[in-house]
Structures are given as structure tokens and as C-alpha cells.
Design a protein around this ligand. Sequence first.
Ligand SMILES: [Zn+2]
Length: 412
Amino acid sequence: MWRAREKNNKIQLSFKYRIYPTREVEEKLLRVMQVEAKVYNALLDAVNNARKEGKKITPKDTQDMLKGLKTEGKELVYSKALQMVNNQLWYNINSLHELKKKGKKVGKLRYKKILKIVNYNQSGFKIDGDKLILSKIGEVKALFHRPLEGEVKGVIIKKSATGWYAIFQVDVEKEPLERTGKVVGIDLGVEKLVTTSDGVVIENPKVFDKVEKRIKILQKSLSRKKKGSRNYEKVRKKLAKIHEHVKNLMSDYIHKVTSWLVEQYDEIYVEDLDVKEMVEDSNSKTLRKHILHSDFSRFMSHLSYKASRAGRRVVKVDPRDTSKTCAWCGYVKKDLTLADRVFVCPRCGWTVDRDYNASLNIRRAGSGLPREPVDRKPLLYIPFSEGVYSEFPRRSRKSSPRGGDAPSARAG
Ligand SMILES: [Zn+2]
């Protein structure tokens, strides 16, 4: 998970790593999370009661209550982490409030049995080699699969279905890149991960497809095992490992692609992901959909934080009709279907790869420039293979003949 927030010349990022607590440490963490939940519930009660009586209550009020709380096991929880429980509560209260304001139907905040995070903000933790030392908990081994950069401001310990994670909040210095004078529109897709208005196609490696069969076999085998049995756990772990492997491969790829884009362009225009249903194939399986969604959102968050760190701009544009509009003459072809991979304009006759056409429209929408004649050059095809990593296209390569089977953008 990466989140970016800007302040002055610094940018705040999150780095997520797997951690491996011993059984003893795990029990401590779980205990702390249960105590946190009790504290959370007590504060929630206080808020609810105050409101019932028509009294105003603020985050500061509930924070002041922390000291006097007689919650059992409170002494097991690091004091700052308790304060973060209060923050968490108010974050939830405010989110609910926001949803209500938007006219969404929302219920009340629920009481919790366990809070799945322990938040060490500013203090109470130390990194020592590959170990994370947590106040009141002890040592936990962490797997730093990518180097942790910047000034560490805090760490959140999180329990998920597949295991334990440490999410570090860090401040990194901005590193502005020299301007290149180039802007680009990009179309994100399932078939081709990225198609740029400069005619570059970056393949979607679809790592998931390559292991889908194995996943299906394992899932079937899992369904026949007794839940909780040793064999069940064995298969479940195997499955989780494959999923993680897929995620890591894709993550690495997304890092490389987004870094390349940020290096090349001063401004990057992209469709607003919140609006467009990115996974167009309605027949695709839920799991696949889920994975694609998370790939796209990871792509966007990496692109955004890298851009803001480098002093570049990412501009989201309205996705309406970006695929259906002829980038050459502006005609809107309403009956274009998802199966049409090639755009043929009924008015001017331009025949062009669907995604390339979309990227040109995205570029125009983002830059606000009038429609201009576009180069009818072929797309450059970048296959997914490790050998290509270091050779993402530079200017000089644009003229090289395309490889693979990417559709051509050339007219007729
Ligand atoms: Zn046209």
C-alpha cells in the first residue's frame, strides 16, 4: 500500500512489509488488539451517550478520557497506540458523517471485538537490521523486500487474512526532475496495460493467467479438506504464497512502468479511475476482477506519488467517450462495442487501434489543446520479459520496427 501526502518539500509515503512474529509475540499482539477494541468501544459509548444527552463532544474530550479508563489489560498497550485508537474512532465517525452528507444510507458505528491494527506513531518502535522492535511487544522479524527510504515517522502493525504486516509511514524529500517538455495521454487496459498517445504499448503481463490453473486446482483441493486440519492449512498456505508471488511480480512491473512514465513526461493525463469501470469484461471471474482492480489502483497510486515527488503532474480526465470519439475528426461512434479492438471512423475512415485512439483523446482532454493531426505511426510493442526492463523505450527506439502482435495504428 502506498499513500502520498504532500507537505512543503517533502512527501509522505507508506511502505508495507511482511513481518513474522513468533507465536509468543503474535499472542501479545492479539491481546493488545483486543484491549484496543475495548478502549475503542468505551470511547464510542462516551460519544454516543454525550450525543444522546445533546452534549458536544470532541476528539480532545475522548482523548482526555483515556487516562481514566479502567479497561482491563490497558497497561499492555503502548500509550501512544491508545491515543491512535482515539484517532481511529474519530476517523470512522467522520467518514460515516461524510457518507451521510453524500446522501448514502449508513448505520451506526459498530462495536469491535478486535482492532486489527496497532499504530505506533512517532515513538515506541525501532528498526534494527531486519528486526522491528516494538514497545510492550518485543522483536518481530520483517522482510524488507524493497529498501525502506526516507525518515520513518511511524509504523502500523496490521493483521490480515494472509498474515502480519508492518506499514511504515515515512517522509521523503522531493526530487524534482528536469523538465522534458513532453506531455502524454495514457489509456489503461486489461489487454495492454498502458497505451500512450506517443504510440507506445506496454503489455499487461497478466501474471495471474499463468497461475490460474494451479490456483483452481488448489482451491478445489482445499474445498475437499476439513477446515482447520493440517492438510487444509498446508494447501491454504500454498495458495496464499502463489497469490503473493503474483502480486509481487505485478507490483515490480508497475513500479518500472510508472517510473518510466514519470521520467519521460512533465504531465501525464489519465482517465479518472473512480468513474470508469476499468474491468470491461463482465464475464470475468470475481477473483480476476479483484486482482485487476487492485493492479489499476496500485498503478495510479504509484504514478501519483512518483509524479509529485518528481515535480510532475498527473491529471485525471473525464473518461466519457474517450474510446468512442475519433481522435482524427472528432466523430463520436456511439455503437462502438467492447469487442471492437480497432476503431474505424464512419465519417473520416480513420482506422486505428482502439486504445491508441483513446489515449489520443485522453491527451487532448488533459492538455486542453485543440484537436491536432496525429502521427499515424505504428505502436511500439513492449513485451513483458526481464530483459526488457532496462530497455524501456527511449526516443531513439521509437523508429524501430514494432515486434510482437500489437495492432497497428497506421491508417488502413
Ligand atoms: Zn474520424
